[in-house]
Design a protein around this ligand. Structure first.
Ligand code: CA
Ligand code: CA
Length: 336
């Protein structure tokens, strides 16, 4: 009887360790072939190997080009020290995630062009005939002419006819030398369409944030709490006075290439800074309107601490699904 109890107890512990860890239920005995990467991650953990990603990730190289595997489990998201309480950055909470893949880079113009070439897709900005452009991309006379087309709460944004992903920096601009830069002027719906075409999906906000934190807990940025370790620039934001006087000390006045600024152990680039990134989540979970707000993360090259200290992993903002602007893009995720 004692032996049975011990065996049962051991079995319960073993089963509990496996099943509560990260969805190791897939480790069933009906499929004895090579385990998936996600199963290998689970096995590593169950074997008591050091549980940090960096210790086993090298051997579990993802087989998906330009994507990183983010181990699931219980992760902290949000913060109890919100900088913008109205954005609902607080409270910090624990969320359970399955393993997933996320793009190492924001989706580039080259990648988006491939999608459009194959599908003849027309973005919402192209259908609406306009998008939002930052004022320094307009001449003083254009700014004067378009005065009435500014965003009342952010007068440095102008709604400009003819601006879309093919003409990102003004109606006469093009994509020359911007192939590796992030696609912009894409709406949430455009982003969803692209990810579906690529066999992927948008990340949830919690997934995005877990990816941003790179396996670390409670840090402000993907690499830690210091904005400029070694006195180097780790992201593309705004230096100088906003909205006039961008010193571009990080090397970029507008977007940077998507593979600049590697920011964490998950080998993710430009998670914070460069362009904002759409997530799958509704801003208000009960919003059933036709054009609800969606959560965007990471801040952009226009963010300055004085008014938009949103290049932190916990920071968040929103736009309606049909919105597009010159500092808003996305990356995709995929189930592991
Ligand atoms: Ca910059
Ligand atoms: Ca970004």
């Amino acid at each position: 009887m004692k032996t049975i109890s011990v065996v049962l107890f051991t079995w319960i512990i073993a089963f509990h360790n496996v099943s509560s860890d990260c969805g190791c239920q897939k480790l069933n005995r009906e499929t004895p072939d090579i385990p998936t990467i996600s199963e290998q991650v689970c096995q590593q953990r169950a074997q008591g190997a050091h549980s940090h990603y960096r210790d086993y990730y090298g051997e579990l190289e993802p087989k998906i080009a330009d994507m990183s595997l983010v181990p699931g489990g219980t992760v902290y998201v949000g913060t109890d020290q919100p900088h913008f309480p109205a954005d609902r950055e607080a409270p910090e909470r624990q969320v359970k995630l399955n393993d997933f893949y996320i793009d190492k880079y924001e989706v580039s113009n080259d990648a988006f062009a491939k999608f459009v070439l194959q599908t003849n897709y027309t973005t919402e900005a192209e259908r609406f005939g306009d998008s939002f452009l930052f004022k320094s991309l307009l001449s003083p006379s254009e700014q004067k002419d378009l005065e009435d087309f500014r965003v009342a709460s952010a007068v440095w944004w102008y709604k400009v006819a003819g601006v879309n992903w093919r003409h990102p920096n003004g109606v006469d601009s093009n994509l020359d030398n911007l192939g590796r830069h992030p696609v912009v002027h894409v709406s949430w719906r455009d982003a969803v369409e692209y990810c579906e075409w690529a066999g992927k999906r948008l990340p949830s906000e919690a997934e995005w944030e877990a990816a941003c934190r790179g396996g670390k807990e409670r840090k402000l940025f993907p690499w830690g709490n210091k904005l400029m370790p070694r006195n180097e620039h780790w992201l593309n934001i705004w230096q100088g006075d906003f909205p006039d006087g961008n010193l571009a000390e990080d090397g970029f006045e507008y977007t940077s290439p998507v593979d600049a600024f590697r920011q964490n152990l998950y080998d993710l680039h430009n998670m914070v800074g460069n362009v904002w990134e759409w997530t799958a989540d509704l801003w208000d979970v009960n919003d059933v309107s036709d054009n609800p707000n969606r959560v965007k993360k990471g801040g952009s090259y226009l963010c300055h601490k004085s008014y938009c200290y949103r290049y932190r992993c916990a920071a968040r903002s929103q736009n309606t699904e049909d919105s597009s602007a010159g500092n808003l893009g996305f990356r995709c995720a995929k189930n592991a």
